[in-house]
Ligand binder design. Structure first.
Ligand SMILES: Nc1ncnc2c1ncn2[C@@H]1O[C@H](COP(=O)(O)OP(=O)(O)OP(=O)(O)O)[C@@H](O)[C@H]1O
Ligand SMILES: [Mg+2]
Length: 393
């Protein structure tokens, strides 16, 4: 089974990309100069990138369907330091299945989160993900980066089921020093409309994106920073959000496969509402551990199957392709990691050691931030914005 057809997102390797691809719709070489891509492959909104120089503060913005999250990192010292964290819930159904239903409302929430941080420069690092982004490892005849840039659009046509006229591509040669006739290339394709919508939402919120990253890359980035000791064997990073779960399978720290599973905490809340005749607010309070939820653990255990099956399918695909053992460890993040009984239920169902990931584990946090927010409580939700804000360019 092809990973691409199994799910909209395929596999990737570590991203140390150097040159972004800025193709036009005819696949001809762009006239704009190619800038160095920093530490990872990224879909850069090229004209906007040109406006910025280096900034010491980097603000990672995660517009989730449940919560908007902003993390500001100061890169001026030898080690990065988190200097601001802000989160705000979104009105229910403002974003549904990744689609922004009410852009004005989402922009207003984003604006309020940014204002609460008092950011002077309204620049952020943001990300896109979901069904309109494809990450896939593809084989190509070995050639230089420059030659690959010339032909990548034609190569991509064979692997990407989107209308190529309306796709933004980026790529990275994964084995530039390899000697074989073929090379492995990491291809990222995002629907142009997705990027444009994100850019216009940010503009409505008064923000300018410094970079548009890919969700899965930012999650991996945060994990590498926070859990560098946990990179041996097959590891599953599972970011359980409000509506969807992003699964990154890493082998010895190298990403192999990325999948989105349409399962989130919203599903649990709705199950509680249905089964116990509760209001959404009461059910949410139980999920947050703020109200007594006698059978929450049973409900979580019943529903976790859906998530576990998605993770197992992704792992089975990898094992079938490259052999080896199954998943050795699971790291759970996202708001779902906070739900009482979730990590245990997943561990039991998968039969795999499952820990809650903490993106702040090895990143300094300014004392004022620790005083102003229950950092431990929100930490798992911050995997993505921390991964974005840790970018240094
Ligand atoms: N302390 C907490 N604060 C906020 N939400 C929490 C907390 N603990 C658990 N949750 C749950 O986590 C959910 C939010 O998680 P997260 O921020 O990862 O989702 P999201 O990024 O908004 O969603 P998605 O990625 O699916 O678009 C909430 O809807 C809530 O059910
Ligand atoms: Mg999320």
């Amino acid at each position: 089974m092809d990973p691409f057809h199994a799910a909209p997102i395929g596999g990737k390797e570590p991203c140390t990309g150097r040159e972004p691809l800025h193709s036009d719709s005819r696949g001809t070489r762009p006239e704009r100069p190619v800038r160095d891509l920093p530490e990872r492959l990224t879909l850069n909104p090229e004209p906007i990138m040109a406006l910025f120089g280096r900034s010491k503060l980097s603000a990672g913005l995660d517009i989730g369907s449940g919560f908007v999250k902003l993390v500001v990192v100061d890169h001026s010292k030898s080690e990065p330091e988190i200097v601001q964290i802000a989160t705000s819930p979104l009105v229910p159904d403002a974003i549904v299945e990744g689609e922004i239903m009410d852009p004005a409302l989402v922009a207003a929430t984003v604006r309020s989160v940014v204002e609460s941080c008092g950011l002077k420069k309204k620049e952020v690092v943001a990300a896109v993900g979901g069904h309109d982004v494809i990450i896939k490892r593809i084989p190509m005849d070995r050639m230089s980066q420059a030659d690959a840039r010339e032909v990548i659009r034609w190569e991509a046509e064979q692997h990407v089921p989107f209308d190529m006229e309306n796709v933004q591509l980026d790529f990275q040669i994964l084995d530039p020093d390899g000697g074989g006739a073929q090379m492995q290339v990491l291809l990222v394709a995002a629907k142009r409309e997705l990027i444009e919508n994100r850019l216009s939402l940010l503009a409505d919120a008064g923000l300018t994106p410094r970079v548009i990253d890919v969700d899965a890359f930012a999650l991996h980035n945060a994990f590498e920073h926070s859990h560098p000791d946990a990179i041996s064997g097959l590891v599953a990073l599972v970011n359980l959000g409000h509506e969807s779960t992003n699964v990154n399978l890493l082998e010895d720290g190298k990403p192999l496969l990325v999948r989105d599973i349409p399962f989130g905490t919203r599903r649990l809340r709705e199950a509680l509402q249905r089964e116990r005749g509760m209001t959404a607010d009461d059910a949410e309070a139980i999920l947050l551990g703020k109200a007594d939820g006698t059978d929450l653990r049973r409900i979580v255990a019943d529903r976790v199957d859906e998530l576990a099956v998605g993770i197992e399918r992704a792992a089975a695909f990898i094992v079938a392709q490259s052999g080896g053992e199954g998943i050795g460890r699971v790291f759970l993040s996202g708001g779902g990691a906070r739900i009482p009984g979730m990590a245990e239920a997943l561990a039991d169902r998968l039969g795999v050691r499952t820990e809650v990931a903490n993106p702040l584990k090895r990143v300094a946090v300014r004392p004022e931030v620790l005083e102003s927010i229950a950092v431990e409580e929100v930490a798992p939700m911050l995997m993505l914005p921390v991964g974005l804000a840790l970018r240094t360019n």
